[in-house]
Design a protein around this ligand. Sequence first.
Ligand SMILES: [Zn+2]
Length: 247
Amino acid sequence: MKTLLAFSIFIFSVLFFSPMSSDAKKPIRILVVTGGHPYDKAPFNEMLTGMGKNITSQVVEFPSAFDQFLPENRRNYDVLVFYHMWQKITQEQEKIVAECIREGKPLVVLHHSICAFDDWPEYWKIVGGKYFHKPATVDGEEYAACTYIHDIHFRVNIVNKKHPVTKGVKDYEAFDETYKGYYVANGVEPILSATEKSSNTVIGWTWHYGKARVVTLQSGHAAPTYQDANFRKLLKQAIVWVNADGK
Ligand SMILES: [Zn+2]
């Protein structure tokens, strides 16, 4: 009987305290900003809805999404998730986007959003990185045009296993597009790395822009990544972590 009781308590603990099944502790409304790059919407949206009942999402697209950064609309969401590769931006739009984040709107940047806004250097400072389509100079350092390769099998290494974004995620095999040669800001905290030759070494980091926490992840091209339990966990924990400090 004692054994049965102990076993029942064990099962109860597994069911209710397992980190795999945990929901975000409080509701988080994410605004997912797309546009400027195609993607497979059905599995992407399935990933968004699979993040537990406490994380709800609204997907918007540039250029109309610029309105969401206006002061009167910022209360409609808690966390920004960038999955766009938009390029065209006016000075007025630059001002409202940068201000929205600088004043504390938390941000998670995915994959081709590292390649957006080629002509807006402040965006590179927001992200803490930038994929260059043509040679560029940042902080006096010259960068050649970056390169990408699709469908690469490679290992993702967790740099800091104790960080709230990576907690519970072990090194894993990814199947994704890689980017190489892109700028990563001095002072980012690396959380993910790779030794794959077609990839940058640091492929995930935490960062701050003004009052906002920022997490940037290189991964995220298509369905194999959207459906990867490791990537999903990283994304969810990134959303929860940036929001913990957000306004
Ligand atoms: Zn891609």
